[in-house]
Design a binder for this molecule. Sequence first.
Ligand code: SF4
Length: 406
Amino acid sequence: MLERMYAEVDPQVAEILDAALAGRALSVVEAERLVIAQGADLHALLWAADLARRDDNGDDVSYVVCRNVNFTNICYVGCSFCGFSRQKHQVGECYDHPLDVILDRCRDAVARGASEICIQGGIHPNKDHTHYRAILAGIKAEFPTLHLHAFSPEEIDFGHRKSGMELAEYLDWLKDAGLGTLPGTAAEILDDEIRQILAPRKLRTARWVEIIETAHRQGLRTSATVMYGHIEKPHHIARHLGLIREIQRRTGGFTEFVPLGYIHERNDLYNELGSRPGASMHEDLRLVAVARLFLRPWVTNIQVSWVKMGRKLGQRALESGANDFGGTLMEESISRESGSEHGENCPPEEFRRLIREIGRTPVERSTCYEPIRRFDDPALDPASLEPSDVGAAARQALGLRLQASG
Ligand code: SF4
């Protein structure tokens, strides 16, 4: 059976996969070939990416206990794919949380074991650079050890333009107030032709790269992302990956790569401009696998977005090249407002159960991937109970209650 499958793999695809497994850097053209792999080629790709993941990361699957805080949904940028933002005049639908509300959410997060707060919001036309710093300083005053993963390159661009400082100086000024790392969002597809349609008023590719590279040089690490499944073509994805790898070769500042499937339900890009309705399951898995093979050894953490994919497909992605399950989030409004139905909170116990179900070892990590706690021993972790054991425990508890009441 296996022999038959291998015999059906396109020789060109087989050669690319062999090269990636042998540690050769793939070309952008080779990545583009993998991005359209189907049938036996796709199966071979997922299998090869899983092997590469095992070589690069072993069988651990990491996750971070974090809380998202989206402090405002007021935004003037008007990206066509965004279902989250509101205009100032949409009274009753828009919000702009004061620091008190943000601090309440941080308190709740810390009580639930969070090591990180991820802070992002819309681009509020009446705010300026001081607002971003005040949020960081306000949180750090009460929680000095909490890691603040905050502000997309779009927010950095906005604050920086208002500040009158040099970019490096502005980033240092935020770092001094407590900024720990930046989300590498607002990347979408790093191609200006595509960006012109997705988000005509958003920062361009060169500016995204400038902000990310400057952040890395100032000691602020970032994630890297891609948004796929809308109007892009395979060569856009391949070139995007090529750019991410180039940056990483220069700076080494990316902590991980996170493929983000486009959510189509509630936005103009789908409803008015006729984009595709998001990626298929095969595309989701294929992108994880291609990212693993193309970015190694420069970026070796490939993260699953369970909010976009759902938990079961997330498990499958962890068997197709990914090694990280992302964050607990606790609240999530950007994907939910766009139509995602995969929930807002994945408790750490749930991560560990999902990870154990696929025979791997859960590891809680920091934002920068230092291990915090490894959960080797299922016996010491109630979350590791097999469903049958859970059922047995529930039956036993019920039996005890019935005995007591009888
Ligand atoms: S994606 Fe960000 S910048 Fe674009 S409209 Fe939505 S909140 Fe604003």
